[in-house]
Structure formats: C-alpha cells, structure tokens
Write a protein that binds this ligand. Structure first.
Ligand code: ZN
Length: 222
C-alpha cells in the first residue's frame, strides 16, 4: 500500500502513487517556486511596512491564507511590468492606503508612475544614473559611451518603465548631442512617447534642480 503523506490517498501500486498529484502538493510546489518565494517576501514586506513591526507569519501560514493567491498574482504582474523596486512600490501602496487585493488593477500603476514622475529631480537623477551605469557595465562600455549604445527604442522603453527620467536625458550634454542628430520624424515620435511637453514644464519650474542634475551627470561622466 502506498499513501500520499499530504492528503492520505492510498494506492495499491507504486505507479499509482507516482502519478498522483493533489491540491496539497500543488500548493507546496507553488510556494517553493521563485514566484512563490517572492510572494512570501513581499507579503512580509507589506505587513511590516503597514504595521511598523515584525511580522511572524511563517511560509506555511502564508500559503494557507487568502494572501497567497493575491501576492502570487501581484508578483506575476510586477514582473511583467518590470517593476523591480518592490520596496518602493509597496511603500507607496501603504502610503496611499491601497490594499493588496487592488495591486493588480492597471489604474494603480498610473498612480505609481505619476508618483515616481513627481519625485525630486535629485531622486530621479540618482535612479537614472544607477540604471545607466548598470547598463554600461552590462554592455561593457565606458559610462561616457552609453548613449551611443542605446537605440531610441531602448531609451523610450527605459523612460516608460521609469528606470530613466527625462531629467537625466536633458541634463546630459552627451544625450543632447544625440538628440540633435535625430531626424525630425524620429524626434517627433520620441517626444510624443516620453511626453516631452510635461517635462519641459517640470524643467522650467525647477531651474535649481536642473543645475543639480547637470552637475551630477558630469560627475558620473554621463
Ligand atoms: Zn496527495
């Protein structure tokens, strides 16, 4: 007799038990997957940021709670949207009192992106510099050459994913030289995609920020 230790279903043959699968086994497999582990980590992060104290819910308890499915879906969504700064995302959700069940709603991400766009020029500059330095390392080039290695499509993608900010682009002489070389059609498409009009207003409203960003970029050789 062969018995599943999880659900106690009994089989007469080894073949029977080998072919057996049950809800319990599926739950455990899901929990132990990369997405499952990240779900648990984000759940704990959320609880601790929300209640400002240590959370003692263990993996097993988590996987039996309603939050398992909720956070599993959230992790899939964040991965799809390439949002890898999980802490920043959750901090913002807690700040606006948005419960996890809402975090897969597309409208949430517009709020989140608007929040990032409204960060100070210094903060946007720091994250942009980090992205560019990481990319330079990845393609194995000097920081000063990174704008030669990125296509306009790459840059638009990075802007849309908020890994790079127009604060950084238009604070960089190297990028501005590239931009001057775009043909009118490409430039028009580029401007539309990065919502340049919105940014021109931001730059005008914060000339001191623009100077800080320029200095930081020069220092980083960008
Ligand atoms: Zn079973």
């Amino acid at each position: 007799m062969f018995t599943c230790p999880l659900c106690h279903t009994e089989y007469q043959t080894k073949r029977g038990i080998d072919n057996h699968t049950c809800k319990e086994q599926q739950r455990i497999d899901k929990l132990q997957s990369t997405i499952g582990m990240t779900s648990y980590r984000l759940f704990i992060m959320w609880r601790e940021l929300k209640y400002k104290k240590k959370c003692s819910v263990d993996k097993e308890q988590f996987s039996h709670s309603k939050y398992f499915k909720i956070f599993y879906d959230i992790v899939v969504k964040l991965k799809y949207l390439e949002i890898d700064n999980h802490k920043e995302f959750i901090q913002y959700m807690v700040a606006i009192s948005m419960e996890p069940v809402m975090w897969t709603d597309t409208r949430i991400y517009n709020l989140y992106y608007n929040h990032i766009d409204s960060l100070s020029p210094e903060e946007q500059c720091n994250r942009g510099i980090e992205t560019l330095l990481e990319l330079a390392e990845y393609v194995n080039c000097d920081a000063s050459e990174i704008f030669d290695k990125l296509s306009t499509g790459d840059i638009i993608h990075l802007i849309k994913k908020r890994k790079l900010s127009p604060w950084v682009l238009f604070g960089s002489d190297k990028f501005k030289n590239k931009y001057a070389e775009y043909n009118p059609e490409i430039r028009k498409n580029f401007n539309k995609n990065i919502k340049l009009q919105f940014w021109i207003e931001s730059f005008k409203n914060n000339p001191a920020g623009a100077i800080l960003v320029q200095q930081a970029l020069k220092k980083a050789n960008l």
